[in-house]
Design a protein. Structure first.
Length: 79
């Protein structure tokens, strides 16, 4: 699942790239090109940050127990 925002709409667990950080990375690359760097000389970059979101409301509705180890690692827990 590419976007953690799906958990906001009722999804159980979402894991994906942080879109805001991804746009920042893209902005840095565009800035380098605008300053004269050749696009061909720039390295390919992967996303630097991923986000884990757990929707506890959905988990309770489905009767699913989310392990504490997952909740501790989650960037955001929706109550």
């Amino acid at each position: 699942m590419p976007f953690p925002f799906f958990a906001d709409d009722g999804g159980l667990i979402a894991y994906g790239t942080d879109l805001i950080e991804l746009y920042r990375q893209g902005g840095v690359m565009v800035g380098k090109i605008l300053k004269g760097a050749s696009p061909r000389s720039l390295p390919i970059e992967r996303p630097n940050r991923f986000v884990l979101v757990v929707n506890m409301k959905t988990a309770k509705t489905l009767g699913i127990a989310i392990p504490k180890s997952v909740l501790i690692r989650a960037d955001r827990v929706i109550e």
